[in-house]
Design a protein around this ligand. Structure first.
Ligand SMILES: Cc1cc2nc3c(=O)[nH]c(=O)nc-3n(C[C@H](O)[C@H](O)[C@H](O)COP(=O)(O)OP(=O)(O)OC[C@H]3O[C@@H](n4cnc5c(N)ncnc54)[C@H](O)[C@@H]3O)c2cc1C
Length: 388
């Protein structure tokens, strides 16, 4: 049984059903993919996992990054470095594959509770018309930041969250090949704001914040600072509110249970990107479920190979992201200006343009420190240790 038809749940259900096992995908909304709670920015590397290129609405080659005082740095990869997804279509296309391979869907149905019964679990699920009891041998919680599966089995929760607010707009004055990133404690405290062009004058404009109201800072993007000049004529198509959980969880399995994606805090705290890392973990989760079904062993001990293996695959990137997030979250605007000043150097920008990769953003840290040792002074002792 898979709870949550986001990308991680849909992908896990697809792999398990393709291997010939019976899977049910439980989703509380009646339509898969909505409401969208994501900017949809990923690297094309994602298509090596799920080939959903048809859901791309725009391709980006770089970013224009603004310091709190408006110093502009241009990172130009000169070729496609990232793509913007139609996230609703992306999610529903992945789930469609699972259904084509034999999974069943329970839409408009909410997972409420589970308890051990016989050799498996008994679930309480609220369907559109009544509460039903369903039995399964293995339960995958891909139910996002509010994960009820995680709560039910007392799995650890996020160390921190950032709250986000975003709108899809038209008539945004921007170059469709470049994302814009805005920083500063008056702009997006503890994280950053963005304009991500979707093409033809459209863009997703939003931010995440570690402190304060995301909605308040979102509104300010239109009124003051560097962002306002690009948004003068813009008009809103839709709004998105959401949050991203961060942490490196010590436990993501229980007897008969695994959690994946945002339910397991698998997004990178450096950028907020959770789709790539979550899909990597989702494959490991689904493969483990298949092994457990074949071995008829659903013990925590057996399933713990999922926990070990996803940590091996993405744990280092998540750990570095967390350190970087803690560091950036606490920088003053003055310190940020100093960082921008050091970055504002042709050689460094060229290097960032060449090696920058939003899938593995921590790799840039190594290159930066080698090129400009003065960055060392911004690192906390624990982060210095990581880069040694
Ligand atoms: C503002 C914002 C911008 C972002 N931008 C990006 C970006 O540009 N790039 C990127 O890579 N990542 C981005 N992310 C992060 C990314 O959206 C998440 O990491 C990703 O969606 C996690 O996928 P998931 O399948 O784990 O969970 P979700 O996508 O949250 O899916 C969980 C699903 O479970 C369902 N569900 C929840 N509880 C229940 C229940 N009890 N019963 C049944 N169903 C349930 C929900 O309805 C939902 O469909 C962003 C996040 C936010 C908030």
């Amino acid at each position: 049984m898979v709870v949550g038809a986001g990308p991680m749940g849909g992908y896990a259900a697809d792999i398990i059903s393709s291997a010939g096992w019976r899977v049910a995908l439980i989703e509380e909304h009646r339509n898969i993919g909505v409401p969208v709670q994501c900017a949809g920015l990923v690297t094309p590397r994602i298509f090596e996992i799920v080939d959903k290129r048809l859901t791309v609405v725009n391709s980006l080659r770089g970013a224009e990054i603004y310091s709190p005082k408006g110093r502009e740095l241009i990172v130009d990869g000169r070729e496609t470095k990232a793509v913007v997804l139609d996230r609703a279509a992306f999610d529903s296309e992945i789930a469609r594959d699972a259904l084509l391979h034999g999974a069943t869907s329970l839409l408009g149905s909410t997972f409420v509770n589970a308890e051990k019964k016989g050799r498996g679990l008994e679930l309480d699920v609220q369907t559109p018309d009544r509460m039903v009891k369903l039995n399964c041998r293995i339960l995958i919680g891909a139910d996002g930041i509010r994960s009820n599966v995680s709560k039910c089995f007392k799995l650890p929760r996020a160390e921190s969250i950032v709250k986000g607010f975003e709108a899809e707009l038209v008539e945004v004055d921007c170059d469709r090949r470049f994302a814009k990133i805005f920083t500063g404690n008056d702009v997006a405290p503890g994280f950053f704001a963005w304009i991500i062009p979707t093409g033809e004058g459209g863009a997703r404009v939003g931010l995440c914040v570690a402190r304060g109201s995301a909605y308040h800072y979102f509104n300010a993007l239109f009124e003051k600072g560097e962002s306002a000049r690009f948004l003068k004529k813009s008009r809103t198509v839709s709004f998105v509110a959401g949050a991203i959980p961060f942490g490196l969880l010590s436990r993501t399995v229980e007897d008969h249970v695994m959690v994946v994606g945002d339910a397991a805090c698998q997004a990178k705290a450096s950028t907020g990107g959770g789709i790539y890392t979550g899909l990597v973990a989702s494959k490991i989760c689904a493969d483990t479920a298949i092994l457990a079904l074949e071995a008829d062993d659903f013990s925590k001990k057996f399933l713990s190979r999922y926990h070990r293996n996803w940590k091996k695959a993405i744990g280092r990137e998540l750990k570095r992201g967390l350190h970087l997030h803690r560091l950036c979250r606490d920088l003053t605007d003055k310190q940020m200006e100093e960082v921008f000043k050091l970055l504002d150097n042709d050689e460094i920008l060229e290097m960032v343009s060449e090696t920058g990769d939003i899938t593995f953003p921590s790799s840039i840290g190594w290159h930066l420190l080698r090129k400009e040792p003065r960055f060392m002074k911004f690192l906390t002792p624990s982060l210095k240790a990581l880069f040694k």
